[in-house]
Design a protein around this ligand. Structure first.
Ligand code: AMP
Length: 399
């Protein structure tokens, strides 16, 4: 996928009312906001708009309120954090459409910021409803999508809205697309992908696509067990997906045609129980005991995978190599993460990571800051890696 999108930073936004679709889907527990990284990543676009004299109108969803008002999903608790992060009082209006929203938009002055209430309080949003999009567009002059992480959804505030307003990408969305394009379309070679984790059936299609793009694919986690079964080995009580075995076999076959080397674990850390500090053994991949489960890659695998990392120029990382949240099954993930970050610091490796638990695992390894780029997106990142066009991105590039 090679795309060209008009970036808002090249536009004159002075005095314009700019509708900014953000991803403020931030976990709120009992009114407390624990993770503000999504707010931080939005700041460059908001600052640009504010400092350029635009009237900034922020639109986002939070959770899945199923098209009706539900206080638990109100964006209001984010107001203070947003104001703090931007060092300006952000205004709030209790609806994203209708007379209240129109009035609030009309009262906004250049350089001011308005947060609209959760867009998913309206049924039209997830249906990509045209009339709802038209309502959203009222009293706005331009639309900016800075929510890459939502762009795999054809929803009104991401897709239909572009029919009513000149539409652009924000700074964060642009960063995400540039990072992903640079690894998939014009990477420094050799390039390796590391794919692990537990969502096997969701991710196996990614591997199928990546064999056409990568020189190496390192496979760990539950995914590796599925490939071991595809190679005819028994994996005891380990997590694997029976329904994905046929596809795994065909991937192993096809990878040869594309000159992509698939690296599977050669040894594994196994245990009887999926429990912290339980007894473990290290066994060769072909000798997983029938009453045990593989929960991490072993030391020989780590050495082999490290060798690959030192020999490639680009690494794309999605998913942990083991059950890293539980002691002592984080070794594989943390060792490779440390080496990858060290090589990145030494300018020997470009590292792009994202999707699901990956950012969490890299944070736990204490290396997330050192990676070249960590995507803020989960599902959208995975769909992009699978070669699927993201509707809210395509509609921007056709704009
Ligand atoms: P994903 O969301 O697909 O990236 O999966 C992440 C989850 O996979 C984490 O919670 C890990 O604990 C889990 N995981 C990784 N390796 C294994 C394994 N060998 N067996 C069971 N769970 C695993």
């Amino acid at each position: 996928m090679s795309i060209s999108i008009k970036n808002i930073i090249n536009q004159n936004v002075k005095g314009k009312s700019v509708l900014l679709r953000a991803d403020l889907n931030i976990p709120i527990f009992g009114g407390e906001i624990t993770d503000t990284s999504r707010i931080k990543r939005l700041i460059p676009t908001i600052e640009f708009l504010k400092n350029s004299g635009a009237k900034v109108i922020i639109l986002s969803h939070l959770g899945r309120p199923d098209g009706e008002f539900n206080e638990a999903y109100s964006l209001k608790p984010l107001l203070n954090k947003l104001s703090e992060a931007l060092n300006i009082e952000v205004k709030f209006v209790e609806s994203c459409i209708g007379s209240l929203a129109i009035k609030a938009k009309e009262l906004l002055k250049p350089g001011e910021i308005l947060l609209l209430e959760n867009v998913r309080f309206h049924k039209g949003e997830t249906k990509n409803d045209i009339e709802f999009a038209e309502e959203l567009s009222k009293k706005c002059d331009m639309f900016v999508n800075d929510a890459f992480s939502c762009s795999h959804r054809a929803h009104s505030s991401l897709h239909a809205i572009t029919k009513f307003l000149p539409s652009y990408s924000g700074i964060l969305l642009n960063e995400e697309v540039t990072a992903l394009e640079s690894v998939l379309n014009s990477p420094s070679r050799p390039i390796a992908a590391l794919v692990g984790g537990a969502k096997i059936s969701t991710k196996i299609n990614i591997i199928e696509y990546l064999i056409t793009k990568m020189d190496y694919i390192i496979i760990g986690g539950g995914m590796a067990n599925t490939f071991l079964v595809a190679n005819g080995f028994s994996v005891g009580k380990s997590l694997y997906e029976k329904d994905s075995v046929t596809l795994a076999k065909s991937i192993l076959e096809k990878s040869k045609k594309y000159n992509c080397e698939i690296i599977l674990p050669i040894d594994l850390v196994v245990a009887n129980k999926f429990e912290a500090n339980t007894d473990t053994q290290i066994v060769p991949f072909e000798m997983i005991p029938s009453d045990m489960m593989a929960l991490d890659v072993g030391p020989k695998s780590i050495n082999k995978m490290n060798d690959i990392l030192t020999n490639v120029k680009t690494l794309l990382w999605n998913g942990p190599l083991g059950a890293f949240e539980i002691e002592p099954f984080g070794n594989g993930t943390f060792s490779l993460a440390k080496l990858a970050s060290q090589l990145t610091e030494e300018n020997k490796l470009i590292t792009v990571a994202g999707g699901g638990d990956t950012a969490f695992a890299l944070n736990k390894a204490g290396v997330a800051e050192k990676f070249t780029y960590i995507s803020s997106a989960g599902g959208a990142f995975l769909e992009w890696l699978e070669g699927i066009e993201l509707p809210a991105i395509s509609v921007l590039s056709n704009n």
